[in-house]
Design a protein around this ligand. Sequence first.
Ligand code: HMG
Ligand code: MG
Length: 303
Amino acid sequence: MSDQVRIIEMGPRDGLQNEKTAVSVEARIAFIEALVAAGLNTVEVGAFVSPKAIPQMASSEAVLRGVSHLTGAEFHVLVPNEKGYDAARAAGAKVVSVFAAASEGFSRANINCTVAESIERFRPVLARANADGVKVRGYISCVLGCPFDGEIKPKAVADLATTLWELGCYEISLGDTIGVGTPAKAKEMLRAVSANIPPAKLAMHFHDTYGQALANLYAGMEEGVRVIDAAAGGLGGCPYAPGATGNVATEDVVYMLEGMGVRTGVDMDRLLGATNEMSAVLGKPPVSRVASALNAKKRRARS
Ligand code: HMG
Ligand code: MG
């Protein structure tokens, strides 16, 4: 359990996409700079989706261009189709993520097509990315439950993961979009998926709606998965997943991992600074338990 874990920081994308307050391009860039300075060198910074669907992610091209000076970091952006891919490439994207769902209900709500149609939209994106030397990450949403279709069978997740893997995705990120999973279910799902894909090529993307994300991550680590998606401060959620709250908080993940002797390369104090700055922009305190505890400790030390 003590080998290194890679954290993919989701705050600027998954985090901000669900916030009511519109965050300026400048504040999004400052947030990403602060996260990179904290040691989070892989950050999802935006989404090339319809601005009518997700206005919070409008101007993602300006954000991506605005962080291009941070040469030591890797930036990811979502693309749902070739139109998104064109825009992402024009802004200099080197890693893009396609996103499918394990359920028809969520696929329809989120990207307005069936699961099979979404694969047909991704096929040319992957072919072009391969020719352009661009890496493609593949997401699957609702791997542990769907707000529309309910229970999801591990086999449905495994089959879709295999399809994305065979299309050429370098890593498959498994999303518990509405945070309903529990450790035994997470293990069962990960075992089914890793029958066809090495666990080293999987990522866990767990939202913390029911407070189970850390337990589920620990269970997934026991299955050999070593990539974790997390959002600073526990920001966000998906506008198309009713009731879903944010990703597991990066602070909570870092605290757990460092406590287990797993190196993350993240400076907690700087991460807390990045979270607190965004929290001031949004006008609300972070939901992360660790961030709240550390902020309270700082206040006590000052008084
Ligand atoms: P559609 O209506 O089926 O697409 O939307 P369309 O091709 O018929 O086009 C409709 C309009 O969208 C047109 O504009 C297109 O130009 C435009 P109009 O003529 O009406 O002015 N359009 C685009 N604009 C910008 N960028 C594009 C693009 N494509 C078409 N790439 C579409 C399909 C996917 C575009 C739409 O449904 C959409 O943008 N959905 C947003 C999905 C989204 O961003 N969801 C949140 C992220 S996913 C997530 O959070 C889950 C995840 O975190 C993992 C987890 O937690 O499980 C990843
Ligand atoms: Mg998500």
